[in-house]
Design a protein around this ligand. Structure first.
Ligand code: FES
Length: 111
């Protein structure tokens, strides 16, 4: 696994989402890192429906009312903690996980 990003834990508040480029990938994929009540989660910014980016701007990844991840293309929604699609064209499929380690005040993003 390679380190994609490292950030201070204090820079990711509850409900925040940050996006990081993944080095050396010709598809120019990005990683999404977010904090919920239960911890920090990382997901590849790619929808299982047809591989398009879930979002271009991480500010708009989570639906305000429900806190679910919502794909900007066909509005599939995903649980931000399990990554499982609960509504939309990829129902039951799962986002690809990006490994997160939070330790000693730092968040390390690995892929
Ligand atoms: S590409 Fe995400 S729902 Fe279609």
């Amino acid at each position: 696994m390679k380190e994609v990003a490292r950030l201070q834990s204090s820079s990711l508040s509850l409900g925040d989402v940050k996006m990081f480029p993944i080095p050396e990938n010709p598809d120019r994929l990005t990683a999404l890192v977010l904090r919920t009540n239960t911890g920090v989660y990382g997901w590849l910014n790619a929808c299982p429906h047809d591989g398009r980016m879930l979002c271009q701007d991480p500010t708009y990844l989570l639906k305000r009312k429900t806190g679910l991840i919502q794909c900007m293309h066909h509005q599939a929604t995903f649980d931000p903690e399990s990554g499982i699609c609960d509504d939309g064209p990829c129902l039951g499929e799962k986002l690809r996980e990006v490994k997160i380690i939070e330790k000693d005040g730092q968040i390390v993003v690995l892929l």
